[in-house]
Write a protein that binds this ligand. Structure first.
Ligand code: MGD
Ligand code: MGD
Ligand code: SF4
Ligand code: MO
Length: 828
């Protein structure tokens, strides 16, 4: 379906690109957050903003929304922006506050303007301007030196999510692939623990061979995708048919803020569910923004203990004979002795044995057992168990907060046990316990690349791989695609990411590793502003932003629509900023492979080529000339039900697990638990049990008496936008602390406090609020680290990763510590 309105207005504007067109008031329905031309500052009150060009683009940061921008420019300079205001309001990917401040980013005085080389120590942030020629020469010769000396498996492309488009990150990956490749990363910082563990429960397409037969991999080489429509249902399905929504650590009003993102429909979900006599339950350690205004929906829980709550609910259901035994026998392995695999029969290793106290730890998981762990009273647990059991179509869903803990591998599966136990999945209005699906319908691809190296490290392991990569193996470090690493990482390529320090973990420790130039010998960073990670660059490159070049990207997180946007530049890149494609082509030239690299195409010709490939495969998309003229194409998506095909016919549509069934008990995991080298405090469980995890429940002590955790904040996308003062004023960086904990420490609202963990110390403003459970404090993640690394290292910027400890989780080797910390707070 083409948006006629869009087509018309866009054509009119583009044709008259030199004519001045009055567009005051064109904000229309797009003015969700009141961004009229006037309020954006393009023209004074009452004046008419006059622009001569509209360029479509997208918000390419990793909130994932990919909301749509309409830039209004004059004389090659952006005057103001609108979002999508065309066609059906349900399909408008309207930018949130952050996206609407993108003009401030584009025109920020803090933009990196020139290539630079480091002159101080790594991390000091001292740089000197150099020419592009010198930068490209240095990068090429360092690449050559490292490859010749150590081999391609000493090169690592760091996790970096700052910019999603068809031509952003890919040129670098293409170049490095053509030079012999680089070490891959498995999983990601978003869903690390669940990506690693869930294939053992619900299966992973990566475990299928070309004929669709299951091949048992000790560990999946590519992960289960939490981003697809196979494993979960969409919120639009909850709206269509659910009578109870139970959310574990999920706040779409903060993490899915764009129009046509989940938040857009959440009010409708709530209304629909309530009209069927049900309600929404939000299980979170804090009263988040999604439940805010609906405090009756909030069920407070101690962070990291959801598996204990779910175990107690399971106990209730088993004790009251409410589990769906027929479903469990037919579709699952390992609920009770009847379906245990041969290797584990007769050993009391089933899930039921664990819950009823006849197996594993021989402790009965009663609500009374769970109450002190979770801080949820036993009666409340019983009432919730009864409420879920009574629902016709319970929609049980988890955000990714609960799995971003040191026991995340167990927590994410334990939550899935709820729909499994009562057989409420694959049916209308129900969900599998995983996050709501945003059915991916990617209309265009990116610049292609094919890395000849298959060796892969779990993404959070890169610091260990810099420090002692040559000691890392499949069984002691989760290395995939090879038995071991040959090399330490010697060259880091970091494009559009702040994960060297700010977004990674344990900044004080990571600083030590990166500052040692005998370890990683060369660090290349491309960014648009001087981030904390950029301070570790040997060469620092100023990137042109997406709205400063022809930009193309397909849909983001939306369950309602898919789209492709093509447009720009809205204004010219400032000073010496260049597109990554052009720079990579120049580096390729130094190796004599420029023609192979470009295939004779310019950056813009690649976009046309990729668009036309997508359009041909899709069959419904406009032609290149049409999309160039209209800027955007979109169409609606239907609700989806996770695991529907499997539920309908499990023989014809088996899951991609070894048994083809839901594996509550995983033989593969049991074998891994027996063969991997684990530290004493590390466990890998074949069934989903409650384990406290490192710096989890029970680990607080006199020195660090509080649990400490984090969440994704509405004023930033991770660290992106973190330097824009207007956004910081809207939602400040504050420590959430319960009045009981604050009072004990003489802390009042607005006080500056010191938060200390075993890893470091920050300063932050206190937000004293009953919206957080007592005994736990929380810090919005992504604030900019600001500390004197040669001095006291106290972080005045209050970056949560000053407090996290670098200890990868037992199985995923993932970033569980991101949300699991212990700490003490005092008035500063
Ligand atoms: N403790 C803790 N740590 C966490 C998390 C947590 O919850 N707690 N969350 C984790 C998660 S889920 C993620 S995804 C990661 C995200 O971590 P990152 O991927 O590092 O994301 P950002 O902090 O947004 O950093 C993106 C960078 O890209 C830059 N950038 C933006 N646009 C462009 C561009 O056009 N060109 C270039 N070259 N650069 C650009 C931005 O300036 C910014 O420096 O953080 C993880 N870290
Ligand atoms: N505004 C904004 N939006 C974003 C991002 C951003 O930085 N800012 N980042 C984007 C990215 S890359 C990602 S990966 C997603 C992240 O999406 P999520 O991972 O879902 O976000 P979080 O805020 O980490 O966690 C969601 C909720 O879980 C709660 N929570 C944390 N731990 C626990 C727990 O142990 N138990 C329970 N029951 N609740 C818990 C938190 O309080 C929070 O309300 O968001 C995306 N959207
Ligand atoms: S919701 Fe996300 S993608 Fe959309 S404008 Fe906001 S930050 Fe950008
Ligand atoms: Mo993420």
């Amino acid at each position: 379906m083409l948006m006629n309105e869009t087509t018309l207005s866009r054509r009119t504007f583009v044709k008259g690109s030199l004519a001045s067109l009055a567009v005051a008031g064109a904000a229309g329905t797009g003015a969700l957050y009141g961004c009229s031309p006037q309020s954006e500052g393009g023209a004074g009150a009452g004046e008419t903003a006059t622009t001569d060009q509209i360029s479509w683009s997208q918000c390419n940061v990793n909130c994932g929304g990919n909301c749509i921008f309409q830039w209004h420019s004059q004389d090659g300079k952006v005057l103001y922006m609108e979002s999508d205001n065309t066609g059906d309001a349900d399909l408008q990917a309207r930018a949130c506050l952050r996206g609407r401040s993108m003009r401030r980013w584009l025109n920020s005085p803090d933009r990196l303007m020139h290539p630079m080389k480091r002159v101080g120590k790594r991390g000091e942030g001292k740089f000197e301007q150099i020419s592009w020629d010198e930068a490209i020469d240095t990068i090429a010769s360092e690449l050559k030196r490292v490859i010749d000396t150590y081999g391609n498996d000493a090169i690592y492309v760091n996790y970096a999510t700052g910019m999603y488009s068809s031509t952003g990150k890919q040129p670098g990956l293409r170049l490095l692939s053509m030079l012999g490749g680089y070490i891959n990363q498995g999983y990601d910082y978003s869903t690390n623990m669940l990506q690693a563990i869930m294939p053992h429960m619900y299966g992973s397409a990566a475990n299928l061979d070309e004929d669709g037969n299951h091949v048992t991999l000790k560990k999946p080489a590519t992960a289960f995708s939490p981003y697809d429509a196979v494993n979960a249902s969409s919120f639009s399905e909850a709206e269509r048919a659910s009578d109870l929504v139970v959310m574990f650590g999920n706040s779409p009003a903060e993490t899915r803020m764009g129009g046509a993102n989940a938040v857009w429909d959440f009010a409708k979900v709530r209304e629909a569910v309530e009209s069927r006599g049900g309600r929404v339950v939000s299980i979170d350690y804090r009263l988040n923004e999604t439940a805010s205004g609906h405090p009756d929906e909030w069920l407070p829980i101690r962070p990291g203990t959801d598996a204990a709550l779910c175990s107690a609910i399971a106990h209730e259901w088993i004790a009251n004979d409410q589990v769906d035994k027929e479903f469990l026998d037919k579709y699952c392995v390992g609920y009770d002795e009847d379906t245990m695999p041969e290797s584990a029969k007769g050993q009391n290793k089933s899930y039921k044995d664990y819950i009823m106290g006849t197996g594993y730890d021989m402790v009965e998981k009663t609500p009374e057992w769970a109450a002190p762990i979770t801080q949820v009273p036993a009666d409340t647990i019983r009432a919730l168990a009864a409420e879920i059991a009574a629902a016709e179509a319970p929609f049980i869903v988890q955000g990714w907060g609960p799995q971003r803990h040191t026991n995340g591998e167990d927590t994410t599966r334990a939550i899935c046990m709820l729909p499994i136990l009562i057989g409420k999945l694959g049916l209308p209005g129900t969900n599998t316990g995983q996050r709501e699906a945003e059915p991916p319908t990617y209309l265009v691809g990116g610049i292609p690349f094919s890395n000849p190296i298959t060796k892969t490290i779990p993404v959070y392991q890169w610091v260990n791989a810099v420090d002692h990569g040559h000691e890392m193996t499949a069984t002691n470090a989760g290395v995939m695609g090879a038995e071991k690493l040959n090399n330490d990482i010697k060259f880091i390529w970091n494009y559009a990411g702040n994960c060297l320090t700010n977004q990674h973990g344990d900044i004080n420790y990571t600083h030590e590793i990166l500052a040692d130039e005998s370890k990683c010998e060369f660090i290349l960073v491309w960014d648009t502003v001087m981030t904390d990670s950029a301070k570790y660059a040997d060469i620092l490159l100023p990137d042109a932003m997406r709205s400063e070049q022809l930009n193309m990207q397909t849909q983001g997180y939306s369950e309602f629509y898919t789209a492709v946007v093509v447009g720009g530049p809205a204004q010219e890149p400032p000073a010496e900023c260049r597109s990554s494609y052009d720079v990579c082509a120049d580096i390729a030239d130094k190796f004599g492979i420029k023609d192979d690299f470009t295939e004779g195409r310019t950056h813009d010709e690649w976009i046309q080529y990729l668009y036309e490939q997508g359009a041909e495969a899709d069959g419904n998309m406009p032609t290149w000339d049409e999309i160039k003229a209209q800027g955007m194409y979109k169409r609606a998506l239907e609700p989806v039900i996770g695991l529907e095909a499997f539920r309908t016919d499990p023989t014809a549509n088996p899951l991609a697990t070894p048994s083809g069934k839901i594996e509550i008990y995983s033989e593969t995991l049991a074998e891994i638990a027996n063969t991997w080298e684990l530290a004493e405090d590390e466990v890998i469980n074949p069934i989903p049990v409650f384990t406290p995890g490192f710096q989890g429940y029970g680990s607080v002590n006199d020195e660090y008496p509080l649990y400490c955790t984090g969440f994704h904040h509405k004023s930033r996308t991770h660290s992106s936008f973190g330097f824009i003062p207007e956004l910081e004023q809207v939602a400040r960086q504050q420590l959430w602390i319960n009045p009981a904990d604050a009072e004990q420490r003489g802390i009042a609202q607005g006080d500056t406090v010191s938060v200390k963990s075993p890893a470091g110390e920050i300063r932050i403003e206190a937000k004293v609020t009953p919206r957080i459970v007592p005994g736990t404090i929380a810090i919005p993640q992504g604030a900019w680290h600001k500390a004197d690394m040669n001095g006291d290292r106290v972080d005045e910027g209050a970056c949560v990763n000053t407090l996290t400890t670098y200890k990868p989780t037992p199985y995923a080797k993932g970033n569980g510590p991101a949300h699991s910390m212990i700490a003490q707070v005092a008035k500063a």
